[in-house]
Design a binder for this molecule. Structure first.
Ligand code: SF4
Length: 262
């Protein structure tokens, strides 16, 4: 049965949905599993016709880690929002990156809790007027790329919903990467955060892997006034969590691990 689409007209989620579908179309769909948390992003589960699991708020990542552990043959993508994985479930994101679980996390970065009609998240701009910050967000925004970099993520990239070709190519590269891959997608949210005009003006595509990824990640501080780099910041392969578990180097209880950051 076809599910009616309830995203707002002009929402960047349409681009992520389309890019993900195009990438998944090239894969063996019977071996693809996707997860999502709670938020506008999560409706992607209803629109992509593959094995899927709606998680709790902030929990698409640990569910994806569990699926990959249970069946390493699957390609697992976790779709999440900034409120979902930078607020509610940030510990899960950090631990999945640290473990190098062989999953792909796609962060729909719309910089507010959109589904619950506009509250500030960890990555909202400072001063952002919202229903939970009527006098302006008093906090500095969190740099999502720096967070996963600090946790040891092997593949870190950023794209933008206004750059469809770039978005699709970046997602495809992330899925093919062996080990934990993280793609932050700057997403327009016309209802609460605008049409992404700033992103159209300020983003530029990096031509190659930066020598100093952290310096490039810091080029944009998630507030106004800087150029915003798009592309792959870091690409480094190492043994995955699933490989380590299989070789028995780590004789640990899977449930214990998954619960450790809950
Ligand atoms: Fe998209 Fe924002 Fe509407 Fe949610 S509230 S569907 S993120 S435009």
């Amino acid at each position: 049965m076809k599910t009616p689409n309830t995203w707002c007209p002009g929402c960047g989620n349409f681009s992520i949905d389309m890019a993900a579908k195009n990438v998944i179309e090239k894969m063996d769909k019977s071996k693809v599993a996707i997860t999502a948390g709670i938020g506008c992003h999560a409706k992607i589960i209803d629109y992509v016709n593959v094995n899927s699991f709606y998680g709790l708020h902030g929990r698409p990542v640990p569910v994806a880690v569990g699926i990959k552990l249970a069946n390493p043959e699957l390609d697992v993508l976790a779709f999440s929002g900034d409120g979902d994985s930078l607020n509610e479930g940030i510990s899960h994101l950090i631990h999945a990156a640290k473990r190098n679980s062989d999953i792909t996390v796609v962060l729909h970065q719309n910089r507010n809790f959109a589904l619950t009609v506009k509250q500030f998240t960890a990555s909202s701009p400072k001063g952002f007027i919202s229903n939970s910050s009527p006098d302006g967000n008093p906090e500095e925004p969190l740099n999502a790329l720096e967070v996963v970099h600090a946790a040891g993520a092997g593949f870190i990239a950023r794209s933008f919903t206004g750059e469809m070709k770039h978005l699709e190519e970046t997602l495809e590269e992330a899925v093919k990467h062996k080990g934990f891959s993280f793609v932050e997608v700057l997403q327009s949210c016309p209802a609460w955060q605008g049409n992404g005009e700033d992103y159209h003006e300020k983003t530029y595509k990096m031509r190659k892997l930066p020598r100093n990824p952290l310096k490039r990640m810091k080029e944009w501080n998630y507030d106004n006034g800087e150029r915003i780099p798009l592309g792959v910041f870091k690409k480094e392969e190492k043994s995955t969590f699933e490989e380590e578990m299989k070789t028995g180097k780590k004789k640990v209880n899977v449930l214990e691990i998954l619960n450790s950051s809950a």
